[in-house]
Design a protein around this ligand. Structure first.
Ligand code: HEC
Length: 85
């Protein structure tokens, strides 16, 4: 997981240091399941999912790096406050 932390430095500009994005086009990564993160990154690599930024970033990642990043962001704990209406 330590290498996932180091690798995440290249993600934080868009996805936030704490995995909560400040870029309205970039989703939060904090607390997503490792399976979903991994699948998304592989899909960007294979072209099954396309985004002008993520497709380039994912192509530069190896399988082990994807696994490390996925377990890093999946380990973040998120608390949610549901709006009262
Ligand atoms: C230049 C900005 C930028 C950087 C840097 C960046 N991302 Fe993204 N990321 C995005 C955007 C924008 C999207 C939404 C793309 C889409 O609509 O498919 C996204 C989507 C994702 C998704 C899909 C999330 C979901 O909820 O479906 C994952 C996973 C992801 N990024 C992981 C990473 C990781 C890991 C890194 C670092 C290696 C990274 N990103 C770096 C901008 C960025």
């Amino acid at each position: 997981m330590a290498s996932g932390k180091a690798l995440s430095a290249q993600c934080s500009a868009c996805h936030g240091k704490n995995g909560l994005s400040k870029d309205p086009e970039a989703p939060n990564l904090a607390g997503l399941s490792a399976l979903y993160i991994e699948k998304s990154l592989v899909d960007y690599q294979k072209g099954a999912r396309h985004d002008r930024r993520m497709s380039i970033i994912a192509k530069g990642l190896t399988k082990p790096q994807i696994k490390d990043l996925a377990s890093w962001y999946a380990a973040f704990e998120v608390s949610v406050k549901v709006p009262e209406i």
